[in-house]
Write a protein that binds this ligand. Sequence first.
Ligand code: APR
Length: 266
Amino acid sequence: MFNFDETVLERLQTAKKIVFFSGAGISAESGVPTFRDDLSGLWAQYDPMQLATPEAFRRQPALVWGWYLWRRQRVRAAQPNAAHLALAQWQAAAGADRVICLTQNVDDLHERAGCSEVLHLHGNLFSSLCAECGQSVDEAALPKAHQTRAVDVEFDPNGQEITPPACRACGGHIRPGVIWFGEALDSQVLDRSFELSATCDVLIAIGTSGVVQPAAALPSIAREAGAYVMQINPQETPLDAVAHSNIRASAAQALPELYKHVHKGQ
Ligand code: APR
């Protein structure tokens, strides 16, 4: 179905380090909504400034926490799709030091597909921490009503208010362990991402609109350092101008095909 350029395949076959840089689009076919698609994107339905900033959490902690419990539940119900599986297969075949999974996604679908190492630029949907003292809290240590694995009620997608649990150490509100707008990324994760992008042979951006900084700069960093940059996305994005080649297709269609072509005969 896909006609991949022979030179592209050769580059992928001989690459010592490939960075897969994923965004919400790779999870779209698992039923996890993206952020910026016109109709189904989360930010078409919700105002990010009311739900995904530290100020929003200070103002309306119950609204924000309730929305994140709904998102946790939604991701829990989703399964990795063919793109997540192909990437995991690629990493298993080549080794996690040669095939790097760098994601903006806070879901755990790369891990559940079998990726052994995943760098999460924007944090992890299932981790929690105290908004006051920063103490991290395992989901299993949260009261049962706040554990999406344990509850049998369905959280309301339209904004159910659920007061966050109190931190056992200081009494502050527990918040999700994701990076919100206006917050700094974990410096170790960010430094490692810059380094990997600057030292890889190929970077493949998959399913990202390429507009949220600093993550959106990674493909340019790779290109400027001499890497070959590819993009898999059914829509045009600002990364079209950065990528040497663009595959205009869904991730779940294109990535398994690309894997097969690169590994054929091996
Ligand atoms: N396969 C590949 N790409 C797809 C698919 C698909 N099946 N479906 C949609 N896409 C593409 C869209 O065309 C779009 O370019 O995925 C991209 C999704 O873009 P965003 O919703 O902006 O997601 P992302 O780039 O990951 O957002 C970055 O913004 O809101 C913050 O922290 C959040 O990590 C997120 C960051």
